[in-house]
Design a protein around this ligand. Structure first.
Ligand SMILES: [Zn+2]
Ligand SMILES: [Zn+2]
Length: 292
């Protein structure tokens, strides 16, 4: 893309004369060929053209991903392209006299920046797993397969398993994973009646520290009332068992958030999380994962 909009934009890493490959494309649009992925993304298509159609390179340059050089055609047209090139004795890339005009509203990805393409591809892969049908202000539940033990969505992001709302936050703020330190909680600030355990709407997400989390509870009227009360009992086994039973048997929609639980009992989120999963106080008994 360094050559501008009229030039070829060879896919980085592609061998000369070969199509570039992008593995993610298989999931995204049903093709791993970089130019097919570029064609679809630039036009906002969710699926590669059906068999029977091919995407022609007007520039005769296989690694090229410039959408203005890519035209939908038939296998026959593709064969004719090859014949014409052979007849001319020109086998290499050629100048494109009549680039494909952008569709109405313009190319969705005009720059041909492959890093941007990759980012868009990953983002669209992610958003396909989030149900946004409720509208821009509603909670957006995770519908992907990966589930975190506490009911959040989860998937690998840049090779790292991450909760889906963390990814949603990173994506919507144009950040890299390393921009958001592990010590930063992504807090749910869903409207009343929302489903904060499983929400991925960036409008409902705010970064914060553990202290912010506690402040949220107070703001919500969830004063940490447990402190004195439970300190006396020193968190007896029975209480921990009760917390576990209540948490793991509750239907997902009404299950309290870890933040709410932590505040209610006057302990940190990591303490609550360790109790629930049995990482600590296992001997207290009760379930340590969702009951079937
Ligand atoms: Zn080209
Ligand atoms: Zn929400």
């Amino acid at each position: 893309m360094s050559g501008g909009p009229a030039a070829c934009w060879p896919f980085e890493g592609a061998k000369p004369g070969k199509y570039g490959l992008v593995q993610l494309g298989a999931y995204l649009v049903g093709s791993t060929a970089a130019f097919v992925v570029a064609y679809c993304l630039a036009r906002g298509l969710v699926k590669a053209p059906a068999s029977g159609h091919v995407i022609r390179h007007l520039c005769n340059n296989k690694p090229c991903c410039n959408p203005a050089h890519l035209l939908l055609g038939t296998h026959q047209e593709n064969a004719l392209d090859r014949l014409a090139a052979q007849r001319d004795g020109s086998t290499g890339p050629r100048l494109v006299d009549e680039p494909v005009p952008p569709p109405q509203g313009g190319w969705i990805i005009p720059s041909g920046d492959m890093e941007e393409l990759e980012r868009r591809a990953r983002a669209s892969e992610f958003w396909q797993r989030v149900d946004r049908s409720g509208g821009e202000d509603s909670c957006w539940p995770w519908i992907g397969r990966g589930k975190h033990k506490f009911g959040y969505g989860q998937m690998k992001w840049m090779g790292i398993p991450m909760t889906s709302h963390r990814i949603a936050y990173i994506l919507s703020n144009d950040l890299a994973p390393e921009d958001v330190s592990r010590n930063i909680h992504i807090r749910h600030r869903c409207p009343p009646g929302g489903s904060p355990n499983n929400c991925n709407n960036p409008k409902h997400l705010l970064p914060g520290t553990a202290a912010d989390n506690r402040a949220d509870c107070k703001e919500d009227g969830n004063m940490p009332m447990g402190e004195k009360h439970h300190k006396g009992r020193n968190f007896q086994d029975a209480l921990i068992r009760e917390i576990r039973e209540h948490y793991w048997t509750a239907p997902a929609e009404v299950r309290p958030t870890l933040t709410a639980l932590a505040c209610r009992h006057g302990v940190s989120i990591s303490t609550i999380s360790s109790w629930l999963t049995g990482k600590t106080r296992l001997a207290a008994g009760g379930p340590t994962s969702r009951l079937r």
